[in-house]
Design a protein around this ligand. Structure first.
Ligand code: CA
Length: 227
């Protein structure tokens, strides 16, 4: 688990870095808001501990920029101000929790662990995955082997259905009603065309092939069983 601390006070920053590292986390420390925003936008963190009063760019603006860029990393923000307005403002901007300075390290650690547990749960529920194929529902993104794949809205809906029911053979009639909201018409090849396009995007150039046609029955998405 990787944590970013954004804190300009050297003592507090070092103390947090050391404490979290001793608790088994990988820790990066940024000393100002710009640095913090840069790291949080380019690296993958499981959590950001963000001080509010920072030189350059304050914690609120860092948080706002992160959320505008759709970085959904959990944020625990540290505030010296014990004012309800400030806390409400932080939570409205998309912070997940806050801690008022001064705080006991044990309390920070407990909050960090709670946020990380919550983060993991959300990730599982929001991401559909088979083999190295991933569909991220809130971000509407698909990737295979870490490579981003662009899909049309219909292709996305089709893939979502196949992933949700992976391992099941889905008849064309079911796909037609779920994805196209239409009754199956044997004269139309809309579904065949869509499946072919989707397969070209997610299976061409990748192994193993995940989408299979089951002759006379429909389509199935599954990772072939290991030999
Ligand atoms: Ca500060």
């Amino acid at each position: 688990m990787k944590i970013l601390i954004v804190e300009d006070e050297p003592k507090t920053g070092d103390y947090l870095r050391q404490g979290l590292a001793e608790a088994g986390f990988t820790v990066d420390l940024a000393r100002d808001g710009l640095d913090g925003l840069h790291l949080a936008s380019t690296e993958d963190y499981d959590l950001v501990v963000l001080d509010v009063m920072l030189p350059g760019l304050d914690g609120w603006r860092v948080l706002q920029a992160l959320r505008q860029a759709e970085r959904e990393v959990p944020v625990l923000f540290l505030t010296a101000r014990d004012s309800v307005d400030d806390r409400v403002k932080g939570l409205e901007l998309g912070a997940d929790d806050y801690l008022v300075k001064p705080f006991a390290f044990a309390e920070l650690l407990a909050r960090v662990r709670t946020l990380l547990r919550r983060g993991t749960k959300t990730k599982e529920a929001d991401t559909l995955r088979v083999a190295d194929l991933e569909l991220d529902l809130p971000r509407r993104r698909v990737s295979r082997g870490g490579r981003r794949i662009d899909l049309t809205a219909k292709e996305f809906a089709l893939l979502e259905l196949l992933l949700r029911r992976h391992g099941e053979v889905l008849p064309r009639s079911l796909i037609a009603s779920q994805v196209w909201d239409m009754n199956f018409d044997s004269d139309t090849n809309v579904i065949e065309v869509a499946v072919r396009r989707l397969r070209a995007k997610i299976d061409d150039g990748f192994e193993p092939k995940l989408i299979r046609t089951v002759r006379g029955m429909g389509y199935v998405l599954e990772a072939p069983a290991c030999p």
